[in-house]
Ligand binder design. Sequence first.
Ligand code: KG4
Ligand code: ZN
Length: 379
Amino acid sequence: MARRDDERLVLGIETSCDETAAAVVRGGRFVLSNVIASQHDLHAEYRGVVPEIASRAHAERITPIVQAALREAGISLGELDAVAMSCRPGLIGSLLVGVSAGKALAWASGAALVGVDHVRAHLVAGLVERETSPVSESQHRESRQADCFGGRAAFPALGLVVSGGHTSVYRLTSSLEMTRLGGTIDDAIGEAYDKVAAVLGLDFPGGPLVDLLAQTPGADERRFSFPVSRLSHGPGGDQTLNFSFSGLKTAVLYAVKGVPGARDGKGALEMTDANKADVCASFQRAAVSAVMIKLERARAMHPECQSLLCGGGVTANSRLRRELTAWCGKHSLSLALPAMEFCLDNAAMIAALGHRALASRSWRGDALSVTASASGTVG
Ligand code: KG4
Ligand code: ZN
């Protein structure tokens, strides 16, 4: 007998970049398992993801990771109602590994198959929760403070994706229907974090390390007045919701390495712990301000929005989490802020969006001919 919608079990698969991940989610909301094998160690010496290395590692890891996710969830392949996998956007060789695995598993088990847009999936990461939470009580309380948490958000909603590859703002009428209001015209915010970390000689990916140094007691976030891009006018004279992080990144480079050809004593900064902490705190203040300015602008342009859905690796950032929470409180917006384990690339969000897509289509899935695409549908 077919299961009720809130009991359906979906296996999610995520291989769009450098995380091989699989998860089982019940009812589009409760996470029974969330297994992630990061490849950071393989790419660290190149200070960025090497596509060929990434796809080979996915091919080696995908089967044991899926097995681990099923084992941890305590279910067998035959019990799955659907298999959802990221099929766009991302590194094409990496996506193809997950798409092929998803097809094989759906075909072998008789489960429905659905291809999911990875960036859209980040927006539902705040709508899932552990069935029995291993996260700390305080993190759990933090997740629960949002009144749209609980699997349902209030629409229309604003959406924010901040990751290593994307920095975009959306207006959503459901978790499946959205319009992109703006995005970065150069670097993504996570990319800027990683490049600043590289300039400071920190490991890859550097976002979490910059965040940590920025929180050093006594760090002076006003020591360097790094630029906060506002991009106040679009080509049509409208207020734009686009972002730019390359100017900020270059300003940090010059502050640390010195301004090329400068004769006014602006040489390289001594790399003491205190100087590094000041650079990180000042950079973090500027980067997060740039996001908050655009969110405020989006809210003013779309006052009918009732909540904010957000996701992507940079939603793990301590300052951004604090400011998003305060801003939503001030404007009485519900906030779906992902628990820490669902900020970075993960397969629980893929299963959650796959569940919603299938529910809207009465569980008629994609044909086995579904394929991967390097580019996305919503940017
Ligand atoms: O969503 P994600 O795992 O992958 C992409 O889809 O890009 O995001 C990874 C990005 C990296 O750039 C990483 O440095 C950044 O998220 N990141 C952070 C933090 N944790 C991860 N950036 C700032 N602060 C953090 N705490
Ligand atoms: Zn991502």
